[in-house]
Design a protein around this ligand. Structure first.
Ligand code: HEM
Length: 335
C-alpha cells in the first residue's frame, strides 16, 4: 500500500505535475447584514454575469481558480472582505496590501478575473456591484468548477477606502507557524480549529513555490538532511524538482500531489502519509486538536465539503463593511 502510494507520488511528479510559473491580506459574524438577494432589483443578473466571466477565464487559464481562492482568503483576513487586497501599487500613494511580501505570489490571473467581471458588471449595472462581492462570488464559482461544493454567497459588501501593506503583518498564517499558533490566529478571526482545518483543505488545489518549503528539503537537521515527517521518496523527488529554485524562483509544486486539479479530500489523505507539501500542512496532522479533523475529512469527503462550504460562508462575512462604511469602487485596483 505504502509503496504504491509512493509510486503514485513519484509518477505524479514525473508526469509533469511540477509547474513553473511567474510570481505574481475583524472577526466573522456580520453575515446578518448581507443578503443573497442584495442585488435583486439593482443588478438581478449579477451571479450569472460573474459565473460566465469566471468560467471563461478558468478555461483559458486553469490556474485562476486556486489563485482566486487564496486571494479571497488574503482579502478577508486582513481588515475584512473589502477588496483592499486588489488595490494596485501603481495606483496608490502608499504601499497597499498587495505589495506586502506574502501577497507578491498572488497570481495576476486572480486579479484579472475580478477585473473582467467588474467591467462586465459596470456595463450591465454601473456603479452597483462591489469588488468585494465579485471576489466572493468568483471564489465560490471557481471552487465549484474544480469539483468542490457549491454554496450560497450573501452579498452587500462594500469596498475599502484604504489599503496599507502594514496591515498585513500578523493577520495571515505563515508556513513556519505551529498548528497551535495557526489555531490562535484563526480564533482571533472567529474560527475554530475545525474551521481552520476545513479551510486549509483549500490546499487540495493550486501550488506552492519551492522557496516556501525548501527548508524542509535541504540542510534540515536530521540524519537524511530533509524533514523526517516527509515521506522519504516524496522528499527526494522534491529535492530534485526544486534543486534550482534559487536561480529559478518560479519553480512550483502542486499542493496536492495526487489530484492537483481536483477539489477533493485527497489533501487530507496525503497528510498522514508525509505527502503534505508545506510545513504548515504537515503540522495539522501533528497537533491533536487539528489531527482529529484531518482524519475525519480524509475519511469522508461529504463531511469536508459541508464544513468547507460553511467555513467559506463565514470567511466571506469577516469584517465586512456595509452602507457608509465603504464604497463601490469603479475600478477594483484603484481606491
Ligand atoms: C492555514 C494556514 C495557511 C498557510 C500557512 C498557507 C500558506 C500558503 C502558501 C505559503 C502558499 C503557496 C504560495 C505560493 O508559493 O505561491 C499557499 C497556497 C495556497 N493557499 Fe494557503 N495557506 C493557509 C491557509 C489557506 C486558506 C485558509 C486558504 C483558502 C481558504 C488557502 C488557499 C490557498 C490556495 C488555493 C493556494 C494555491 C494558490 C495558487 O495556486 O496560486 N490557504 N498557501
Amino acid at each position: 500500500m505504502g509503496a504504491l502510494l509512493l509510486r503514485c507520488a513519484l509518477l505524479a511528479l514525473a508526469a509533469g505535475l511540477v509547474a513553473a510559473r511567474g510570481g505574481g491580506g475583524g472577526g466573522a459574524g456580520a453575515a446578518g447584514r448581507l443578503s443573497p438577494n442584495y442585488y435583486r432589483h439593482s443588478c438581478p443578473r449579477v451571479e450569472r454575469i460573474v459565473a460566465d466571466v469566471v468560467a471563461a477565464k478558468q478555461r483559458a487559464n486553469p490556474s485562476t481558480a486556486a489563485g482566486t481562492l487564496r486571494l479571497f482568503f488574503h482579502d478577508c483576513f486582513v481588515g475584512g472582505c473589502d477588496a483592499s487586497v486588489l488595490v494596485s501599487p501603481l495606483s496608490a500613494d502608499r504601499s497597499p496590501e498587495r505589495a506586502a511580501e506574502i501577497n507578491l505570489s498572488l497570481p495576476g490571473d486572480s486579479f484579472d478575473v475580478v477585473a473582467r467581471a467588474k467591467v462586465a458588471l459596470e456595463v450591465a449595472c454601473p456603479g452597483t456591484v462591489s469588488c468585494a462581492d465579485i471576489l466572493a462570488l468568483a471564489a465560490r464559482d471557481l471552487v465549484g468548477i474544480l469539483g468542490g461544493p457549491r454554496f450560497p454567497v450573501a452579498l452587500g459588501r462594500r469596498d475599502a477606502r484604504r489599503s496599507d501593506a502594514r496591515d498585513v503583518e500578523g493577520n495571515l498564517p505563515r508556513t513556519n507557524m505551529s498548528a497551535r499558533a495557526m489555531a490562535v490566529l484563526f480564533a482571533r478571526k472567529g474560527f475554530t480549529p475545525r474551521e481552520l482545518v476545513a479551510l486549509a483543505g483549500a490546499h487540495t488545489v493550486g501550488f506552492s513555490h519551492c522557496g516556501e518549503f525548501a527548508h524542509r528539503l535541504y540542510s534540515f537537521r536530521s540524519a537524511d538532511g530533509y524533514d523526517p515527517s516527509l515521506n522519504p521518496a516524496f522528499a527526494r523527488a522534491l529535492q530534485s524538482s526544486c534543486a534550482n529554485y534559487r536561480s529559478d524562483p518560479t519553480i512550483s509544486i502542486f499542493n496536492d500531489i495526487m489530484t492537483p486539479g481536483k477539489f477533493d479530500e485527497v489533501y487530507f489523505k496525503n497528510l498522514p502519509r508525509g505527502l503534505g507539501l508545506l510545513a504548515s500542512d504537515a503540522a495539522l496532522w501533528e497537533y491533536p486538536a487539528t489531527r482529529v479533523f484531518v482524519q475525519r475529512y480524509a475519511d469522508n469527503r461529504t463531511a469536508f465539503f459541508e464544513d468547507f462550504a460553511a467555513a467559506m460562508q463565514k470567511l466571506g462575512a469577516v469584517g465586512v463593511k456595509t452602507g457608509r462604511q465603504g464604497v463601490v469602487r469603479r475600478h477594483c485596483d484603484v481606491l
